[in-house]
Design a protein around this ligand. Structure first.
Ligand SMILES: [Zn+2]
Length: 255
């Protein structure tokens, strides 16, 4: 454990590893180097993937199709895989998804250790911690695809709907947590949604996708504009297990 971790307890950086952050740190160097152990005999470090955003999106769709058909096999979680990626990670996609226990991304897409960089909170919103995590994955790990995934009957979105419809209030930090979802509910209501909750789930995803595409830091925007990164939306259906991708955006030539 490094000094910073001792000072801050189990901070977000604990997820990313102990890192040295200097006053003159740059975006590309701010996470420093992680002290690496000698790789175990018989294992090798995974090479960085060269998959395009389109290839990764296709992989996820195929993985969910297999899950739907009940022939999904769990991703590779064997010891050999664990050792192969112990010194570095090369995930292929960032998932911004809900904490809901029924929505585990690796299971829905048949992915294993080291394949998905997952940011989860109730309502799949992007706060500072989530944005920093995403920027790290995109800029430092060169992940080519970001999927913002809501889901059917999301409790956090339902709470935001009740704020709008009934003036509901919630104890503790729950009210502040659902605040960012309220504009999505207002959008859905303005558009005359018949099923306000489900329309709000989609609107919440679309708003986040739009924000990431249009208002991210250059480290993210540059990769989108050069075709090295795509940001797409998705909705998971709790009843039938299907992930419906939408807001996929244009396919840009890689430059
Ligand atoms: Zn949810």
């Amino acid at each position: 454990m490094c000094d910073r971790q001792r000072e801050e307890g189990m901070s977000r950086r604990a997820l990313l590893g102990c890192v040295a952050v200097g006053a003159a740190a740059t975006a590309s160097g701010m996470f420093g180097s992680i002290a690496l152990a000698t790789p175990p005999p018989g294992t090798s470090q995974s090479a960085p993937p060269t998959l395009t955003p389109e290839q990764v999106l296709s992989e996820l769709k195929q993985g969910n199709a297999a899950f739907l058909q009940g022939r999904s096999t769990p991703g590779d979680v064997r010891g050999r895989r664990r050792l192969a990626i112990a010194r570095a990670q090369y995930p292929v996609a960032v998932l911004v998804s809900c904490s809901d226990s029924r929505v585990p991304p690796e299971v829905l897409f048949g992915k294993g250790l080291g394949e998905l960089f997952i940011i989860r909170n109730a309502g799949n919103t992007i706060d500072t911690a989530a944005m920093g995590s995403l920027e790290y994955a995109v800029a430092e790990l060169t992940v080519p695809l970001v999927v913002v995934m809501g889901h059917e009957r999301c409790g956090a979105v339902a709470a935001a709907v009740s704020v709008v419809e009934n003036g509901a209030t919630f104890p503790g930090s729950i009210g502040r947590m659902v605040e960012p979802i309220v504009p999505a509910v207002l959008d859905a209501r303005r558009q005359g949604a018949v099923d306000l909750l489900d329309a709000s789930v989609r609107a919440n995803v679309s708003r986040t996708v739009g924000r990431l595409r249009d208002f991210s830091e250059p480290m993210v925007l540059d990769r989108i504009r050069s075709g090295r990164l795509r940001v797409v939306g998705a909705r998971y259906d709790l009843d039938d297990g299907r992930v419906d991708f939408f807001d996929e955006g244009p396919i840009r030539p890689r430059t």
